[in-house]
Write a protein that binds this ligand. Structure first.
Ligand code: HEM
Length: 502
């Protein structure tokens, strides 16, 4: 018996080593450089000990390939090979020119068992394409002008809460997160969340719940990303049931209330209801083949919250942090805001925002230094021959486009850690190659909510900068570090700023 067990163990070990050799020779067989085992061990140690963030590790990977002047490289994620394009021309093919080969992100979606996961970010193939077409008009500039008024209403509480802290200090990270929670709550869900007024409002707590579930939750996401088919077979839910139930109930209640009482508001929910009933966001053109269901509304409102709340709030927080380190830039951007607003008697209008060119540059530079998603994910959906090379990417291969690495590459952005809005003057923008700026991604799968994200970021910053002067408070721990638990780029400690009246 003992002999049989020993023989079986030996056979198993041999089989596993053959399997591993085969799996881990994927890149070598194709002549593509991949980091040595010690690199992976170091990265795993850093991740487990939470020594740094996803973005920090992405930058190390980028530098590994860049130092070797490679146009692309290969990684292994668990045992899955991952393609990392470095050459911007290849990236352009992947994101835009040959998008049909890379339409999906390869994220977990379980439409049957977890309808909330069937949202635009995760959906794949024809389902994604169809839904993207239906939702695109929701974010047109005309519709943004419509929701602008609703967004502006959220700034009243912003001013009230800031005034309470005059001549003292605030944790700006918390304030901006409460502001964007109120904005998305009111614009996407039609709710008055009042999280600025009440930091413990249910909507705010649920938002925190989604983003700050910790290390184990990150491991779960890694497993879902790595074994989607098995997880779907086991009917694993990506979104926790309590969160899913909360958002579904909120949406159902809002839709039913509005339909029953014929309530119409200037927000995204109004547009989603129009899509549900007439298949079009414009009143005059109904298209019944285009309608969406109540479950689909709930899933989209949910992803608008997930994708729109933390991204914009950390952009605002990082921007204010940089403006405290660069007081001359803070002064100049405030001067511009005041000058433009004087023309409209101090009233902030949708049109006046477009005139604030320096603010635009300041936000672009913030998103260059701190793009909320450090990596853009794609999966190869049809075999693809990489132009100018012999490499063929097979269907099913995962790709990671290193946005954060590109944004911090001195070849495109000299002295990358310097905060310099002039990088985004028309003249300087034209000197950089295409696809060297990716805070919203690019191509057909880029961020659908870019206009809305920029609008809420600008409105929040305008209201803060026109009323208050900011400096760093000594409670802010320097150098600023990114949160090791967050999948997006976020500060890991509170960001305390002193505030004074302008
Ligand atoms: C500063 C704010 C924001 C930033 C930096 C940002 C960034 C991004 C990025 C990098 C992607 C992935 C793009 C790609 O893979 O090529 C994305 C996708 C997406 N974003 Fe945003 N986002 C922001 C705000 C918003 C807002 C406010 C909403 C909704 C109200 C939103 C909704 C989405 C959705 C639904 C997707 C998936 C699009 C698709 O797959 O078709 N985002 N965003």
């Amino acid at each position: 018996m003992e002999l049989v067990i020993t023989l079986l163990t030996v056979c198993l070990v041999i089989l596993i080593s053959i399997w591993m050799r085969k799996k881990f020779s994927f890149w070598k067989m194709r002549g593509i450089e991949t980091p040595p085992l010690s690199f992976y061990i170091k990265h795993m140690r850093m991740a487990f000990l939470q020594e740094n963030s996803f973005a920090d590790r992405d930058l190390l990977t980028y530098k590994y390939f860049k130092d070797r002047s490679l146009q692309h490289g290969g990684l292994y994620f668990l045992y899955h090979p991952v393609y990392v394009p470095m050459d911007l021309k290849i990236i352009k093919h992947i994101l835009q020119v040959d998008h049909e080969h890379f339409m999906d992100r390869g994220f977990y979606v379980n439409e049957a068992g977890d309808p909330m996961s069937a949202h635009l970010f995760c959906l794949e193939g024809a389902k994604w394409k169809n839904l993207r077409k239906k939702l695109t008009p929701t974010f047109s500039s005309g519709k943004m002008k419509m929701v602008f008024e609703t967004l502006l209403e959220c700034t009243v509480d912003l001013k009230t809460v800031m005034d309470k802290h005059l001549d003292s200090s605030v944790n700006i990270k918390d304030i901006t997160a409460r502001f964007t929670t109120d904005v998305i709550g009111s614009c996407a869900f039609g709710l008055i969340c009042s999280s600025l007024d009440n930091p413990n409002s249910e909507f705010r707590l649920k938002g925190q719940d989604i983003f700050h579930r910790g290390f184990l939750e990150n491991i779960k996401q890694v497993i879902l990303y790595s074994f989607p088919d098995t997880m779907r077979y086991l009917n694993v839910k990506m979104i926790h049931e309590d969160v899913s139930e909360f958002f579904t109930d909120v949406v159902r209640h809002t839709v039913e209330h509005r339909e029953k009482n014929e309530v119409h508001k200037k927000d995204l929910m109004e547009l989603l209801i129009k899509l549900k009933n007439s298949g079009n966001v414009d009143d005059d053109k109904s298209n019944l083949e285009n309608t969406i269901t109540m479950e689909e509304i709930a899933a989209q409102a949910f992803i608008f919250f997930v994708a729109g709340y933390e991204t914009s709030s950390s952009t605002m927080a990082f921007c204010l942090y940089e403006l405290c380190n660069n007081l001359d830039i803070q002064h100049n951007v405030r001067e511009e805001i005041i000058e433009v607003l004087e023309k409209s008697n101090g009233k902030l209008t949708y049109e006046s925002i477009a005139e604030m060119k320096y603010l635009e540059k300041v936000i672009s530079e913030t998103l260059r230094k701190y793009p909320p998603l450090s990596t853009l994910f794609r999966i190869c959906t049809k075999d693809f021959k990489v132009p100018g090379t012999d490499l063929v990417l097979p269907k099913g291969l995962r790709l990671m486009v290193p946005a954060y690495g590109i944004h911090h590459d001195p070849e495109y952005y000299p002295e990358p850690s310097l905060f310099d809005p002039e990088r985004f003057s028309d003249e300087n923008k034209n000197t950089r190659p295409d696809f060297s700026y990716l805070p919203f991604g690019l191509g057909p799968r880029m961020c659908i909510g870019m206009r809305f994200g920029l609008l809420q970021t600008k409105v929040g910053l305008i209201k803060l900068l026109m009323n208050y002067k900011f400096t760093l408070n000594e409670r802010t721990k320097l150098p600023l570090r990114f949160d090791p638990e967050s999948l997006t780029i976020a500060t890991n400690k509170d960001l305390w700023l002193n505030i004074r009246k302008v």
